[in-house]
Design a protein around this ligand. Sequence first.
Ligand SMILES: Cc1cc2nc3c(=O)[nH]c(=O)nc-3n(C[C@H](O)[C@H](O)[C@H](O)COP(=O)(O)OP(=O)(O)OC[C@H]3O[C@@H](n4cnc5c(N)ncnc54)[C@H](O)[C@@H]3O)c2cc1C
Length: 546
Amino acid sequence: MTLRSVSTLNRACASVVASVRPQPATEHHRRRLASSLATHLASRRAEPQQHQQQQTPAKYSIAIVGGGPAGFYVAHHLLKHRQDITVDIFERLRMPFGLVRYGVAPDHPEVKNVTNTFEQVLANDRTQYFGNVEVGKDIGLKELQSLYSGVVLTYGAESDQLLSVPGEFPGPRLSDNKHPSLAELHQADRSAAASGGVISARSFVGWYNGHPDQTALNPSLTRGDTAVVFGQGNVSLDIARMLLAPIDALQRTDMADHALAELRRSTIKRVVLVGRRGPLEVAFTIKELREMTKLPGVASTLKRLELTPEEVAYYNNERPRRRLTELLVSTSEAAQSLTLTPDQRRWELLFQRMPDGIVRDAAGNVTGVRLRHTALQGAPGSRSAVALEQTEFIPCSLVIRSIGYRSLALPELPFDARRGIIPNIKGRVVTPSQPGEPTILPGLYCAGWVKHGPLGIIATTMNDSFATSSLILDDITKQALPPSPVASSASPSALPQFVFNKQAFLAANATELAAGTAQERPRIKMLHADPATLADAQSETAHGAN
Ligand SMILES: Cc1cc2nc3c(=O)[nH]c(=O)nc-3n(C[C@H](O)[C@H](O)[C@H](O)COP(=O)(O)OP(=O)(O)OC[C@H]3O[C@@H](n4cnc5c(N)ncnc54)[C@H](O)[C@@H]3O)c2cc1C
């Protein structure tokens, strides 16, 4: 796609957006949103649901915080099982669907088909969508609780785990802080990208998927030929695949155009995935591993795996682990007879190494990573890594940490900082267990990654979300959840203009799909990084610029 057509698309998308947010949320701004939501809810309570044969006035109203898979699956389940519920989904970004849109790899379009179900949820008369509304900033949790029968927190994991080694961040500012704020992490990621430093997988994945927070990341992929990725899970394999896959294949996906342009120029030829533990502890699944071993033009240069009889006995007893390990063993055997050309793209797994430091030159640019060898303790499958004296240096120009996402605390909500989740009992939010017994907070629920931690595929998230919504349905049946606290009224609703509503989503979605069809791609994503960009695009459109 040419730069000209990208900007044409961005202008077209901008024209469907209702309005822009002129300034960050203020007290006045929040009060306006809360009061217009109250009016809006009241008018909806007065309207019988048009689409049903037997018209049932809405009685219970549920607010969902976070428009990712967890939020949409909770909504889907609630709407399916009761006709007297309305569901309002609040999403920080304009476009919904969370990591399905901004996490799942662009070359896995089949995974994104789950959005068909989510779009049905949006099409339901009893659902409203409030995009571009960040709960905790634009509206408080307590305000939502005062307006709705219940609130479900499904806001995912917006931060990530740090390596916590010297040199991870260019400056000293973050080195002592185990849990920096999201703004600090974004800033650190941007400086790291500029100096070929340590970038979080979250940012890198967001960058190639067109996440509005990461369009300005600009990682340099032309400073050298080796990238080191810390972590041996599916996200690490996704990243290795994106760095090494033939660009022509990626060109046919919905990958962001800025990422396609940088990957086309990329000089990265070798990707090393580093893990603290051994081959029996890798966290990726066989489908992703097989895909990696079959990547056209890319060699799997694994060292020969030498497993002990105890290790073999362990994996033979665990079917998924056995298939995975057998593929690792056969790939490593095949690698011994490979003949590599100097320009050959390749990937490898390095086991029993932990990060010890990020090495930079005088200008602050990353020149390599220092790794410490580890010994494994415990039974195979649940071993822990213990640091040894021996270290080694791997020269590289790009380092990505992919050792886990992490949820953030929300104002006015209990948070278990140690586990990085909302404290809950099977999805009911509780006050922290220390010093006394946990107390259930009525009407407050959670689901998805913020409930159980950032692990699991979409199917896991779906089951978990259905379990939480079953609790809500039970509470309604037992009259433990009050009807919507907002009285019925026929007054028309008026929401602040910055809210990106259902109509704006439908228009933006249609524009993205049409732009994609024109280029034989699934879609071309709207990339408005911030309101200022959007405002520029809008004013350009208003002035009829081409
Ligand atoms: C890189 C990557 C690739 C993956 N690939 C696959 C795959 O191929 N197949 C698969 O099955 N699974 C995959 N997964 C897992 C899958 O994405 C998760 O299981 C799922 O997205 C978790 O859903 P969630 O709703 O809990 O969180 P999320 O998807 O993160 O959704 C949370 C939503 O909440 C919003 N939000 C955050 N804070 C606020 C706030 N304060 N107010 C309002 N909204 C807020 C966010 O913007 C986001 O839209 C992948 C995960 C990652 C990280």
